[in-house]
Design a protein around this ligand. Sequence first.
Ligand code: CU
Length: 99
Amino acid sequence: MPGDTGRATGRITSLDRDDGRVTIDHGPFEGIAMGAMTMSFALMGDVELTDLSEGDDVIFQVKRGRDGSHRIMEICSIPANGRDCPDQETIYPDNPPDQ
Ligand SMILES: [Cu+2]
């Protein structure tokens, strides 16, 4: 049964720093029932967009709120943070980094 939080990878197609929203062309989620699509996400309060740029590949986690929308809890830019991002096996399925 799908839960409230899910994780996926994707690519940022646009960033709205003023409104705190990110549009991501994302793959299927792990943890929630959502397939691949391009959509806009709001952010949870303490998420920062500082390290993110349009075109970045990202790995991110969302949580569903009471209004049914999914907000980003955590987002990591692979070009900016590379192998410091969580869930390395998802990002590098064929070439996991050394632990
Ligand atoms: Cu979606």
